[in-house]
Design a protein around this ligand. Structure first.
Ligand SMILES: *[C@@H]1O[C@H](CO)[C@@H](O)[C@H](O)[C@H]1NC(C)=O
Ligand SMILES: *[C@@H]1O[C@H](CO)[C@@H](O)[C@H](O)[C@H]1NC(C)=O
Ligand SMILES: *[C@@H]1O[C@H](CO)[C@@H](O)[C@H](O)[C@H]1NC(C)=O
Ligand SMILES: *[C@@H]1O[C@H](CO)[C@@H](O)[C@H](O)[C@H]1NC(C)=O
Ligand SMILES: *[C@@H]1O[C@H](CO)[C@@H](O)[C@H](O)[C@H]1NC(C)=O
Ligand SMILES: *[C@@H]1O[C@H](CO)[C@@H](O)[C@H](O)[C@H]1NC(C)=O
Ligand SMILES: *[C@@H]1O[C@H](CO)[C@@H](O)[C@H](O)[C@H]1NC(C)=O
Ligand SMILES: *[C@@H]1O[C@H](CO)[C@@H](O)[C@H](O)[C@H]1NC(C)=O
Ligand SMILES: CC(=O)N[C@H]1CO[C@H](CO)[C@@H](O)[C@@H]1O
Length: 727
């Protein structure tokens, strides 16, 4: 049975594996990535080296068409079409770090900025217009008002990119660069996702936007003066690892300040076989933070695949603006459901029919659950036409319109509203039962489906059910996701040639549309990172990430706790003034990789330096001392534990300052911090402390958590402590 998530996420592209059959050859060749780490410094021609490796491995079968892409601007490697045997041989070649098949990735207004405290009047940095956000997505709709360049000067001097957007695509001083890696002819967005995310991050302020009058107001990105560089890595059918790596290779060399990538793999992959981990590692080396959506696989525990410690992984919450949709039944009862329904009724109530009572004659659905669900081919169009059909599944979002219904009433338990193609409201099970029994047991039942309205949700923020959950499947000591931002019912720019509901029979067109997903949360954080960087251009990616995490607003309300929302909900205004940061440099990441089992040869290729791992066996204890702005640990059920974590903070607040630590009371964990007071005499001074975490016996699947907070009276530097108890 279709569920709403599937309906919703069909916008988020699901792709087929690249399975290319080479002309004339009988063997199956697939596209593989041959990743070769950092670029060697001098006298090295990556392209000829790649060809030479291919020639050696392919021998007589060598054909330049087998070389798909070179990665040569920011790191070393290539993509090639290879057979299984060739893959084995190429893996043994000198210089090769990893070989993996290029697989499919999924793509995972603007009240959200006010909700986060970033008002139109909030102070901005004079160099905000120097910030360049690289958006890796489905392209962009360059004609949207959100990307108009009125008032923008020429691109910042540091920009080394280009406008290679292809056919009928022009850049301007807002969209300063465009490249595409898909089979399509241009960087133009034919999906909608990329236009939406780019405008959420850096769209202009556009007054009087709404979706057919719903949620009317000013649409704006978080950093409306920033520039956008478009890297189109997906279109309708293709969003491959090979393209993701190509975009990183270019974006890093082009000189973007930040990368926003609202996509990912459904399955967890080792860092050397994960294009997002590889690309963002090399971005980090160059001082570029990569922000990534955590995925839409929630609420399943351990479902997030955004795991690298140098990635900034984002969970999705709602905001205080929700969209609801009411129906008024013929008996005077009004029910409230969820949907983005732009249709205004004319005051005449419409007849209601129950799905299982209006089946096609001879349909296989009779007497099966498919009948009440209104699955494809169940309904009789003659009995449905012009009526409101009552159905127990979200399949009816499509089958109602296909059968000529006026509208539908659908049963589904959820906490989000999706754009519907005809008048429709989605009811939770209890409410649906009321509507169903009225429709099933009344003579001439009828109803009026009202246009959607916005309401205030005083309980916001709550984490979205679909938002992927931690813990981190590769390094349990690195908390994931890292942070939460709004990702529910986000109104942002959209290509007007597309249908807003995704149903081809929906003939509406809107320049702004509602979408939900961690994909929408990601550009919020990318914008905030750009906002922070515009005040602190010299900060490392880790310092920017730390400042956003430690100043976030604590959240609650899910069993998974920090493994659902990370440090908490972003607070952009506080993030520019964090007081202390947990900084990290490339060497710290290299040490971490050594400690989880990478050997010296692999580390050297990755880093391009003569780094050596300590000749010890991997050390879990030192993994705990990795200077992450969160403390996470995995323990087995019913085993008491004591762990020490060492952290080092860098003073970025007042030169002379004294911070005291405060530990959140927790009945579960005993936390001791030594020392309890740290003092600084100058900016950029570092101080270390040790956190001792003691726990008793916890049952399987529990998530004891707490936090500690350093404060000097002005700044609050909060660091969560979370334990994954599982077998
Ligand atoms: C370029 O694309 C825009 C938007 O789809 C369209 O309106 C215009 O006609 C196109 N121009 C050409 C020359 O194809
Ligand atoms: C390429 O883009 C055009 C419009 O921009 C769209 O109609 C078409 O479906 C896209 N093709 C693919 C293969 O995605
Ligand atoms: C990841 O690497 C480990 C150790 O090298 C290996 O055992 C494991 O199979 C790899 N996992 C995947 C998904 O490739
Ligand atoms: C109201 O809308 C319904 C459904 O589209 C239509 O059948 C009816 O004639 C309309 N009534 C008036 C008064 O316009
Ligand atoms: C709907 O009405 C029919 C006929 O009155 C009845 O047999 C059936 O049990 C009712 N269904 C429900 C779910 O109440
Ligand atoms: C690594 O060490 C070797 C031998 O000491 C030296 O030739 C080479 O230049 C060094 N490479 C780098 C990147 O420092
Ligand atoms: C943990 O830290 C505490 C406080 O600094 C210290 O007394 C204790 O010896 C440490 N334990 C271990 C195992 O390092
Ligand atoms: C820091 O405090 C000390 C002692 O109170 C004082 O002498 C010094 O001038 C202060 N430094 C700054 C930069 O405020
Ligand atoms: C936070 C919130 O509103 N959660 C609700 C989401 O939807 C499910 C099913 O309708 C409810 O049980 C939750 O309470």
């Amino acid at each position: 049975m279709t569920n709403l998530k599937v309906v919703l996420f069909c916008m988020f592209i699901i792709l087929v594996t690249n399975n290319v059959l080479v002309n004339g050859a009988n063997e199956d060749r697939k596209v593989y990535i041959i990743y070769m780490g950092s670029l060697p410094e001098e006298n090295y021609s990556p392209q000829s080296e790649h060809i030479s490796i291919l020639q050696q491995v392919l021998g007589d079968d060598f054909d330049t068409n087998h070389l798909v892409r070179n990665y040569k601007r920011s790191f070393n490697g290539f993509a090639a079409k290879l057979t299984d045997q060739e893959v084995k041989n190429i893996g043994r070649m000198r210089g090769v770090v990893s070989v993996f098949e290029s697989k499919q990735l999924e793509l995972h207004t603007t009240r959200s900025w006010d909700f986060l405290g970033l008002q139109e009047t909030t102070k901005t940095s004079p160099i905000e217009s120097d910030m360049i956000i690289g958006v890796f997505d489905t392209g962009i709709w360059p004609e949207s008002e959100s990307f108009d360049d009125e008032g923008f000067g020429p691109p910042p001097k540091k920009w080394k990119g280009t406008c290679a957007g292809g056919k009928n695509f022009t850049c301007n001083n807002k969209i300063i660069g465009a490249r595409y890696y898909s089979e399509n002819v241009s960087a133009r967005d034919s999906v909608g996702h990329g236009t939406h995310t780019a405008s959420t991050a850096a769209g202009n302020k556009v007054k009087g936007t709404s979706f057919y009058g719903i949620a009317e107001g000013t649409a704006r990105g978080g950093v409306p003066s920033a520039r956008i560089a478009v890297y189109k890595i997906c279109d309708d059918s293709q969003c491959s690892d090979a393209a993701v790596l190509a975009a990183f290779d270019d974006a890093i060399a082009d000189g973007v300040d930040l990368i926003s990538t609202s996509l990912g793999s459904k399955v967890q992959r080792n860092f050397t076989e994960d294009p997002l981990a590889i690309g963002s590692f090399h971005a980090m080396e160059k001082g570029i933070l990569t922000v990534n959506s955590g995925g839409n696989e929630g609420p399943l525990k351990g479902s997030t695949a955004s795991l690298a410690p140098w990635l900034f992984s984002v969970a999705a919450s709602n905001t205080d603006r929700r969209i609801i949709d009411k129906i008024s039944l013929g008996n005077g009862v009004t029910l409230t459901g969820q949907s983005v329904n732009s249709f205004t009724p004319n005051g005449t109530k419409i007849p209601l029919v129950v799905g299982e009572n209006v089946l096609r004659q001879g349909s296989d659905c009779v007497g099966t659950p498919s009948a009440s669900a209104c699955l494809v081919d169940c309904l009789d169009p003659k009995q449905v036409e012009g009526k409101i059909v009552v159905c127990s599944s979200t399949s009816a979002l499509d089958t109602a319109i296909e059968n000529g219904a006026y509208g539908s009433i659908i049963q589904y338990d959820q906490n989000m509203s999706v754009v519907v193609p005809i008048p429709t409201t989605i009811l939770d099970t209890n409410t649906y039962t009321i509507a169903h029994s009225y429709a099933n047991s009344t003579t001439s039942p009828q109803a009026e489906i009202l246009k959607s309205e916005t309401i205030n949700d005083p309980n916001a923020p709550s984490i979205a059910d679909f938002s992927s959950r931690g813990p981190n499947a590769i390094i349990s000591e690195i908390m994931k996701p890292d942070i939460t931002a709004p990702g529910l019912e986000i109104l942002a720019a959209y290509p007007p040639i597309l249908t807003p509901s995704g149903n081809p029979q929906d003939k509406r067109s809107s320049k702004y549309n509602f979408i939900s997903g961690t994909s929408m949360a990601c550009p919020h954080v990318a914008a905030i990172a750009a906002y922070v960087k515009s005040f602190h251009p010299d900060w490392s990616p880790a310092a920017i990430k730390s400042s956003i995490m430690t100043t976030s607003t604590p959240m609650k309300g899910t069993d998974d706790k920090e493994y659902a929302y990370g440090s908490g909900l972003v607070n952009p205004v506080k993030a520019i003034n964090p007081g202390l940061v947990f900084d990290l440099c490339k060497g710290d990441y290299i040490n971490l990789l050594c400690n989880i089992g990478f050997d010296t040869p692999k580390i050297r290729k990755l880093s391009g330096e003569n780094s050596t791992c300590p000749s010890l066996t991997p050390q879990r204890s030192t993994v705990r001392d990795f200077n992450y702005p969160a403390l996470a640990i995995h323990v087995k059920p019913n085993q008491p534990f004591v762990f020490n974590f060492t952290r080092t903070v860098t003073n970025v607040g007042f030169a002379n300052s004294t911070y005291k630590v405060h530990v959140r009371k927790s009945s579960h964990l005993k936390i001791k911090v030594v020392p309890r007071v740290i003092s600084f005499k100058s900016l950029n001074e570092k101080q270390s402390f040790v956190v001792k975490v003691v726990g008793g016996k916890f049952p399987d699947k529990s998530v004891p958590s707490s936090s500690l907070e350093w404060t000097d009276g002005t700044h609050n530097v909060r660091c969560p402590v979370v334990v994954d108890v599982s077998k």
